[in-house]
Design a binder for this molecule. Structure first.
Ligand SMILES: Nc1ncnc2c1ncn2[C@@H]1O[C@H](COP(=O)(O)OP(=O)(O)OP(=O)(O)O)[C@@H](O)[C@H]1O
Ligand SMILES: [Mg+2]
Length: 293
C-alpha cells in the first residue's frame, strides 16, 4: 500500500506589486492507494496549487510531502521514481499533449524512461494501454489534433497509467470536455481506480460527481481546508457554512448524480459554480461527524 502525506503545507506566491499572497495555509491530508478523495472549492481556493506541489511543479513554502514516510527527492533518479508513483492528469488534454508527436510517442515515452517492460514488449504495451482506456488502437499513429477532446483525455490517462503509478492526481479531468462525454471519462477513471487499486485525488467544482466518485470529500476555501469527511455526510449534512454555500449554489440541489441513472451518457453531472459570496471563510476545519481524518 502506498501512502502520500501532505503535511502542514503552506504556499505563498510572490505577486509583483502587491507582495505575497497566501495560496495554502497549513493544509494536511493523507491519500492512500485504493482511496478516492475529492477536493472541492471555488475558483482560486488553492486546489491546483495542491496538485502542483504534489507533482513537484511548485515547491511548498513550508511543510512537507512524504511518500511512504520519505520526503520527495528534489532531483535526479529519486524524483523520477516519485513521479512514476504519483502521476497527474491535467484539465486540458490538448495543452498536455504535444501536437507534433503521435499518440504512440506519448505513451511510449514513460514506458521507455521508466523501463516498465522489456524493449521488445513496448509495442504490445502501447496497444494494451490504449485498449485499457477503451480507445481504438488505430489512433496509435495519429497526432492529438486528429482526436476528439474525450479521446485525447483517454490518451492522457493511458500515458499516466503507463508507468504503473499507485496514485493519480486528476485536476478537473473532465471540465474542458463536452458535457455529453464527461460521464464516460469519469466512469473510466472510476473503473481504473478500482481495478488497479489506485489512490485518486479528484479535483473538481462539481459536487455531484465528487459525491458519486469519492470516498471522502475535502472542502477548500481560500487555502484552508474547512471541512472533510465521508462524501455523503459532507454533501447531505454539511457542517461548515462554506460547504453549505457551495451546495446551495449547485444547480442540482439534491446532488444526485444524474449519471447513476440508467440513462445515456449525456446525463453527466453539471458543472457547479462556486458561490459568489466568499465571506464565509473560517480558519477552523470542520470534520464531519461520522468520520474524516
Ligand atoms: N504562479 C502563481 N503566482 C502567483 N499567484 C498564483 C500562482 N498560481 C496560483 N496563484 C494564486 O493562488 C491562488 C490559488 O490558485 P489555484 O490555481 O490553486 O486555484 P484553484 O482552486 O485551482 O482555482 P480554479 O478552480 O480556478 O482552477 C489564486 O489566488 C491564484 O491567483
Ligand atoms: Mg485549478
Amino acid at each position: 500500500m502506498t501512502t502520500l502525506e501532505f503535511k502542514n503545507v503552506t504556499k505563498r506566491y510572490h505577486v509583483r506589486g502587491s507582495g505575497d499572497m497566501l495560496a495554502l495555509d497549513d493544509v494536511s491530508f493523507t491519500l492512500t492507494s485504493g482511496q478516492t478523495i475529492a477536493l472541492v472549492g471555488q475558483s482560486g481556493s488553492g486546489k491546483s496549487t495542491i496538485a502542483k506541489i504534489l507533482t513537484q511543479l511548485e515547491r511548498a513554502t513550508s511543510g512537507e510531502v512524504l511518500l511512504d514516510g520519505k520526503p520527495i527527492p528534489r532531483m535526479g533518479r529519486g524524483l523520477r521514481a516519485y513521479r512514476q508513483q504519483v502521476r497527474m492528469v491535467f484539465q486540458d488534454p490538448f495543452a498536455s499533449l504535444n501536437p507534433y508527436h503521435t499518440i504512440r510517442h506519448h505513451i511510449e515515452r514513460p514506458l521507455r524512461l521508466d523501463h516498465v517492460v522489456p524493449k521488445d514488449q513496448i509495442n504490445d504495451e502501447v496497444f494494451r494501454l490504449l485498449e485499457r482506456v477503451n480507445l481504438d488502437t488505430n489512433v496509435v499513429d495519429r497526432r492529438p489534433h486528429e482526436l476528439s477532446g474525450g479521446q485525447r483525455q483517454r490518451v492522457a490517462i493511458a500515458r499516466a497509467l503507463a508507468s504503473r503509478p499507485s496514485l493519480l492526481i486528476a485536476d478537473e479531468p473532465v471540465s474542458m470536455l463536452d458535457v455529453s462525454i464527461r460521464l464516460g471519462v469519469l466512469n473510466l477513471l472510476a473503473d481504473l481506480q478500482r481495478e488497479e487499486n489506485l489512490g485518486v485525488l479528484y479535483i473538481t467544482h462539481d459536487l455531484a460527481t465528487a459525491r458519486h466518485f469519492s470516498d471522502e470529500i475535502m472542502v477548500l476555501n481560500h487555502g484552508v481546508v474547512v471541512e472533510r469527511g465521508p462524501a455523503d455526510d459532507v454533501i447531505l449534512n454539511p457542517q461548515h457554512p462554506y460547504t453549505l454555500a457551495l451546495r446551495n449554489a449547485s444547480p442540482n440541489p439534491d446532488l444526485h448524480f444524474a449519471g447513476s441513472e440508467p440513462a445515456g451518457p449525456e446525463t453527466a453531472g453539471p458543472e457547479t459554480a462556486g458561490p459568489e459570496d466568499n465571506k464565509t471563510t473560517s480558519p477552523e476545519t470542520t470534520t464531519n461527524q461520522k468520520g474524516g481524518n
